[in-house]
Design a protein around this ligand. Structure first.
Ligand code: ZN
Ligand code: ZN
Ligand code: FE
Length: 754
C-alpha cells in the first residue's frame, strides 16, 4: 500500500514551558512513529514532525487533549514544510543559558498517576514525595535557572539508580522530573511530639489522624510553608487555635477529604467545582449548606475550602474519621507563613501539640491561593501557590520595568519581554518580617528571571514602604495614582489599550489632591486618567484606626448629615459606645484633628455595617463589609442618592434610618444598600458615557470582591449595553496594583513620555 509521507512544522503557544511539555511531545511522537524534533522558542514550543500524513494529523489533534495538566495552550498552528528526512525524533536542547526561556512553572498538585504509584509501585508505596513530570513542587523549590535538579532544594538528595533510570528515560513519566524521588533516595517526614521524634511515615500519619480527631492542634509542613491544622468539626479546638494564633475573627481555611464530602456541607455550582478540583487547588470560597463549626468563619455565609494537593494530605485523610480539617497558615497574626524548620520549632512549637515536618527545604514561600466564582468567572483574591510565578501576557513591551506594588496586600511585578511576572502574595509590608520577605523575594526574582531593573514604578503615596523601596533603587521612577493603577490592572488583564470608564471602589488610596480616595469614576486610558465623579468627602476620624473601629465612620457620616447634636437625636444608634469616646470623636471631626477626608467605598460600607449594628469594631481587614454582604437579602429596592460630580449619600442614610425605625429586617436593609451602590454606578456611568461616548467600563478595587456588588454591577451594565471588564486571574484588591503600575509605566515609556 502506498503511504504518503509528509513533514509539518507545528507551533504551540501558551504556557508550555517548564511543565514537561517537550517530553510529552516526544512520547506522543513516539506513539505515532513520527520523526523530527521539538524545541522551546520565544513564544512556546516548536515541533517538526515527519511521517504518515494521517499520523501527523492525529498527533496534532491529540496535543490539546493529552497535554500535561499544568500547561495551557493558547494556539496550535501547523504548516507543511519540506521533508528533512530526520532519522529519529529528538528533543533539541536550548542553546545556552541566556537562550533558555526563563519561565518558571508554579507548583502542581499531585497527579492521579502518582497517587496510583503510591498504591502499586514498590519504591513508592505510601511514599509522600511521589511526583512526576506532570506534578509536584516547582517554584517553591527553585533557586535558579535553568530548571535543573542541582538548582533546586532537591540537590542534596542523590538519586538512587532506579530513580536515575526513570529520570533519564525519555519514555518514562519521570523523564527530567527534577524533584523525582523514592523512599530509598528522597526526602522523608519527621514528627516532633512531647520531646520524641517519630520517623516512620505510617506512625506519623496514624498519630496525626488520632491527634486531630481528639482536638489537638498540629503544625504541618506544606508545599510553600507550614500550616496549622485542627479538627474542623471541633468547636473547642478551633477556638483554641484562634487564641494560640492570636487570630480573633479572620476566617480559617479548611481542607475536605474530597469533593463529595465537601458538597455535603457546601454549595457549589459547576464553575466552583471546576475551580476547587482543578490542578491548582486554591482555597475556594463556597456558601455554607450545612454548618461545620461556627468558629471557622464567624458570621459569614461562606467557608474557604480546598482539597488535598500533597501526597501527605491524601494519606492523612485515608486515616482520618472526619471529612475536613482546618488548615490555616502557620504563622502568628500578620507575620509571613513560616517556611524554615528551625523557625517552626521556635515559633510554632509553643502553639501546637505536635510538629510534622520533612527535610526538603522550601526555598520560595508561597501561601495557599484564594479564589471564588462570581458570574461564572473565577476571581482570585490571593494569587500565590500554583499560580505564581506564571506570567501574564500583555501586548506591550515591559522589559526592565519593576513595579513595587501597594503596601497592605503587596505583590510586586517585573517586566520581561511582553510579559508581566507577578510575585507570589507577599502581605502587609508594615510588618517587619514581611518587608524582609519583600526585599528578599525581589532579589530572588532578579536572579531567577535574569531581570535588570531599568525603570521603577510605584504608588504616589509618599509613605508606602514599597514606594520608599522603589525610590531607593535610584533608577528612573514613575509614580502612579492608586486607583488608576487598579483600573490599569483590569485593563492589562483584559488587554485593553484605549479610553474606558474606570470604576475603582476600594478602601483607601492616595489621591492627587492629597485626600484619601476610594469611590472613584474615571475616564482613563493606560497612560492617564481624569476624575469624572467620586463619592463625597467625609472626615475619617483617627485615620487608619477607623478600619478597626468602623463605628467612627458611622458617627462621622451621621455627624456630617445631622450635625453636632447627632448622638442626642439618635441615642439608640450609639448604644454601647461610651459617651466620652463619641464626644472625643465629634471634637476631632469638628476641629479637624487627625481627620483626613475620604471618598472611600470601604469606609461607606464600614459606616453602614456599624449603623445596622452588624460590625462596630472589626478584628480583621474588611470585616464590616464582608459581614454586611453576608447578611444581605435579595431585593430589588434601593435608596435614593444625590448624583453629580460628587455623589452624596444623605438620602441613603435617611432611608436606612427610616427603615431601622420601622423595624425593617437588617438583611433587607443591607440588600437595599447594595442595590443603591449598583444604581449609583449605572446612573454615573450613563452620565459619563453621554458626555464621552465611551461604552467600555473597567471595574477594579477591593470592594469588587463583594459578590453582590460585582454580580449586580456587571449584569446591570451589560443590560444597559455597556461592555464590562473585570478582574479574574489577577486580584481586584491591592494584590493586583503592581500589574497596573507596570502597564502604566510600559505605556508611558512606549509613548516616549519617560
Ligand atoms: Zn505525577
Ligand atoms: Zn530513588
Ligand atoms: Fe486599593
Amino acid at each position: 500500500m502506498d503511504v504518503k509521507n509528509t513533514a509539518k512544522e507545528i507551533h504551540i503557544n501558551g504556557l508550555v514551558q517548564g511543565v514537561g511539555f517537550r517530553p510529552f511531545i516526544y512520547r506522543l511522537a513516539h506513539e505515532y512513529s513520527l520523526k523530527g524534533c521539538v524545541e522551546n522558542n520565544n513564544l512556546g514550543v516548536k515541533v517538526i514532525a515527519e511521517g504518515e500524513e494521517s499520523a501527523i494529523d492525529q498527533f496534532i489533534s491529540d496535543i490539546p487533549n493529552k497535554a500535561p495538566m499544568a500547561s495551557s495552550i493558547e494556539s496550535i498552528k501547523s504548516k507543511e514544510i519540506y521533508i528533512h528526512n530526520f532519522d529519529a525524533f529528538t528533543i533539541t536542547k536550548s542553546k545556552s543559558v541566556s537562550d533558555e526561556i526563563t519561565e518558571v512553572s508554579p507548583d502542581i498538585s499531585v497527579c492521579q498517576d502518582c497517587l496510583n504509584d503510591m498504591k502499586n509501585q514498590e519504591r513508592r508505596i505510601d511514599y509522600p514525595f511521589t511526583n512526576c513530570t506532570n506534578c509536584g513542587p516547582r517554584f517553591t523549590i527553585i533557586k535558579d535557572l535553568p530548571y535543573d535538579r542541582n538548582k533546586t532544594t532537591m540537590k542534596v538528595f542523590e538519586m538512587c539508580p532506579e530513580c536515575k533510570k526513570e529520570y533519564s528515560t525519555i519514555l518514562d513519566r519521570r523523564f527530567h522530573a527534577q524533584p523525582v524521588a523514592c523512599e530509598i533516595c528522597g526526602p522523608a517526614y519527621k514528627m516532633y511530639i512531647e520531646g520524641k521524634e517519630i520517623t516512620n511515615i505510617h506512625s506519623i500519619v496514624d498519630l496525626c489522624a488520632k491527634l486531630l480527631e481528639t482536638g489537638k492542634i498540629i503544625a504541618i509542613k506544606g508545599l510553600g510553608g507550614y500550616h496549622l491544622a485542627c479538627n474542623a468539626f471541633n468547636e473547642d479546638s478551633i477556638q483554641q487555635l484562634r487564641v494560640r494564633k492570636n487570630r480573633e475573627g479572620k476566617p480559617f481555611a479548611i481542607m475536605f477529604s474530597d469533593v463529595e464530602s465537601a458538597s455535603e456541607y457546601l454549595c457549589m455550582n459547576k464553575e466552583e467545582k471546576y475551580l476547587l478540583t482543578g490542578w491548582r487547588k486554591p482555597v475556594t470560597l463556597l456558601k455554607v449548606k450545612k454548618e461545620i463549626a461556627p468558629s471557622i468563619s464567624i458570621q459569614l455565609d461562606t467557608v474557604g475550602t480546598m482539597l488535598p494537593y500533597m501526597p501527605f494530605h491524601y494519606m492523612l485523610f485515608e486515616k482520618l474519621n472526619i471529612p475536613a480539617i482546618v488548615l490555616t497558615s502557620g504563622n502568628i497574626s500578620d507575620e509571613p507563613i513560616v517556611i524554615n524548620d528551625a523557625e517552626a520549632l521556635l515559633k510554632l512549637q509553643p502553639i501546637s501539640d505536635a510538629i510534622v515536618t520533612y527535610n526538603r527545604e522550601i526555598h520560595n514561600r508561597t501561601d495557599d491561593s484564594v479564589a471564588m466564582v462570581i458570574n461564572e468567572t473565577p476571581r482570585l483574591i490571593r494569587r500565590s501557590r500554583s499560580y505564581a510565578p506564571s506570567p501574564i501576557r500583555l501586548d506591550i513591551h515591559t522589559e526592565g520595568i519593576f513595579a513595587a506594588g501597594a503596601e497592605l496586600v503587596n505583590c510586586f511585578c517585573i517586566g520581561k519581554g511582553k510579559q508581566a511576572i507577578i510575585s507570589q502574595h507577599i502581605g502587609d509590608l508594615k510588618n517587619l518580617e514581611t518587608l524582609d520577605f519583600y526585599t528578599e523575594s525581589i532579589d530572588r526574582f532578579k536572579r531567577l528571571f535574569r531581570f535588570k531593573p531599568q525603570l521603577a514604578v510605584c504608588d504616589m503615596h509618599p509613605d508606602y514602604l514599597s514606594t520608599r523601596f522603589a525610590r531607593e533603587l535610584n533608577i528612573p521612577l514613575v509614580e502612579t495614582q492608586h486607583h488608576h493603577a487598579h483600573i490599569a490592572s483590569c485593563m492589562a488583564e483584559n488587554k485593553l489599550d484605549e479610553n474606558v470608564i474606570g470604576i475603582s471602589f476600594d478602601g483607601t488610596g492616595y489621591g492627587i489632591d492629597g485626600h484619601v480616595w476610594g469611590g472613584e469614576f474615571f475616564t482613563c486610558d493606560l497612560n492617564d486618567f481624569e476624575r469624572a465623579s467620586h463619592f463625597e468627602y467625609i472626615p475619617q476620624p483617627g485615620g487608619d484606626l477607623v478600619t478597626k473601629q468602623p463605628w467612627r465612620m458611622m458617627l462621622s457620616y451621621m455627624h456630617h448629615y445631622y450635625g453636632t447634636d447627632v448622638v442626642n437625636q439618635y441615642p439608640s444608634l450609639f448604644n454601647g459606645i461610651p459617651l466620652k469616646e463619641l464626644e472625643m470623636v465629634i471634637a476631632m471631626i469638628e476641629k479637624g484633628i487627625n481627620c483626613p477626608l475620604t471618598s472611600s467605598t470601604g469606609r461607606l460600607f464600614d459606616a453602614v455595617s456599624a449603623l445596622l449594628g452588624i460590625c462596630r469594631t472589626a478584628s480583621y481587614h474588611a470585616e464590616p463589609p464582608m459581614r454586611l454582604e453576608s447578611i444581605a437579602k435579595d431585593t430589588t429596592d434601593y435608596y435614593p442618592f444625590n448624583s453629580g460630580k460628587e455623589i452624596g449619600f444623605k438620602p441613603v442614610f435617611e432611608g436606612i434610618l427610616k427603615d431601622i425605625n420601622k423595624g425593617e429586617d437588617v438583611g433587607l436593609i443591607s440588600g437595599k444598600f447594595h442595590n443603591t451602590m449598583v444604581q449609583v454606578i449605572i446612573d454615573t456611568v450613563q452620565k459619563i458615557s453621554q458626555q464621552t461616548a465611551i461604552k467600555k467600563v473597567a471595574l477594579s478595587g477591593g470592594s469588587f470582591q463583594n459578590r453582590i456588588l460585582l454580580k449586580k454591577t456587571e449584569d446591570s451594565l451589560k443590560d444597559a449595553n455597556f461592555a464590562v471588564f473585570s478582574q479574574s486571574l489577577i486580584p481586584s484588591n491591592d494584590g493586583g496594583i503592581a500589574l497596573g503600575q507596570l502597564a502604566i509605566a510600559a505605556k508611558r515609556r512606549e509613548m516616549g513620555l519617560i
